[in-house]
Design a binder for this molecule. Structure first.
Ligand code: ASP
Length: 314
């Protein structure tokens, strides 16, 4: 039986069923299905978990309805600042970028920080300089901006709010405003685990604000001995809970099962007032996708090799 496993997410949040039209929902489902199917096929033909999560997150970044790369949410100045991180469970090598303004694919630059520098986390202007030095694709600020994102930021600014992308509390004008951060976790044919996460953060965030996504141990974690985790939700609470590392620690030190560890770690986020979710795969190939919001865009391939897609609980 194949050891390959895969889970991807497109963010968790208050996904208002009433405003998600059938066509728009189908569009999300098609994208999640296609990206998961492609990633799983790569795993099946021998690609490493680290390459597969990078590649899947690049595809999610390129899809404009998710809050990462093209279509990322905008900060208080109306500018996209991107956060991303990646971790290899085989070596615990990790790379991350925060508040980057020019990488076409933020996760690719995070991978370059991991593979091609002696650092783990680069922020701000240094990220753009590294991308230029390495010749990685860079774009102008307009590349990230969609009309819906600009409207969403203006609305949040008018209301004086900093909002989760998928948060419906400020009556987001369209369903696409309720999709979020993206991430992927995988186990490859050799049993190695990896995780990757990428985001524009929160709408109308302060310039320079960094969420959980670029913080190894908060938004992303991978260790072959335990699990790979990618999180989505209100980042400040995930940082204060060391969410991704907490899932790992519960397995490593508490011998908890993946699902119990995921739920308990998320409960700690919730106890601070934070909402969101996570996707995870453990060393045994088990999958967990708990969330405490109304829904989470997700797709997964378990032991039967079938691609599943879901948004709500059912
Ligand atoms: N976790 C992200 C952040 O706080 C937002 C999200 O998941 O949508 O930056």
């Amino acid at each position: 039986m194949s050891r390959c496993r895969l889970v991807i997410h497109g963010g968790a949040g208050v996904i208002d069923r009433a405003s998600l039209t059938a066509e728009r929902e189908a569009e999300f489902r098609r994208a999640l299905h296609a990206i998961a199917a492609d990633a799983y096929a790569r795993l099946q033909t021998g690609a490493t978990a680290i390459d597969v999560v990078e590649n899947a997150v690049m595809a999610l970044e390129d899809f404009p309805l998710f809050n990462a790369g093209h279509g990322a949410v905008l900060n208080a100045d109306g500018v996209a600042e991107l956060d991303a991180s990646i971790m290899d469970g085989a070596t615990r090598a990790a790379g991350a970028i925060a508040a980057a303004r020019t990488p076409r694919n933020p996760i690719q630059l995070a991978r370059a920080v991991m593979d091609r520098t002696e650092h783990v986390l680069l922020a701000g202007a240094g990220t753009d300089r590294l991308a230029a030095e390495l010749g990685l694709p860079q774009v102008g600020p307009d590349y990230y901006v969609t009309a819906e994102r600009a409207e969403q930021q203006r609305l949040a600014a008018r209301l004086g709010k900093v909002t989760l992308d998928h948060d419906a509390v400020f009556n987001a004008p369209s369903p696409s405003d309720k999709t979020g951060t993206v991430g992927a976790v995988a186990r490859d044919a050799h049993g190695h685990l990896a995780a990757a996460t990428s985001t524009g953060g929160m709408t109308n965030k302060r310039v320079g604000r960094c969420g959980d996504t670029p913080i190894i141990g908060a938004g992303t974690w991978a260790d072959d001995a335990t699990c790979a985790v990618s999180a989505t939700g209100h980042g400040e609470y995930f940082i204060r809970s060391a969410l991704a590392y907490d899932v790992h620690a519960r397995i490593a030190y508490g011998a908890q099962l993946l699902m119990d560890a995921g739920r308990a770690a998320l409960a700690r986020v919730q106890s601070l007032g934070g909402t969101g979710g996570l996707i995870a795969i453990d060393a045994g190939g088990n999958i967990a996708m708990p969330y405490n919001s109304e829904g989470m865009y997700r797709a997964w391939v378990g032991s039967d090799g079938a691609v599943n897609v879901a948004i709500y609980a059912n």
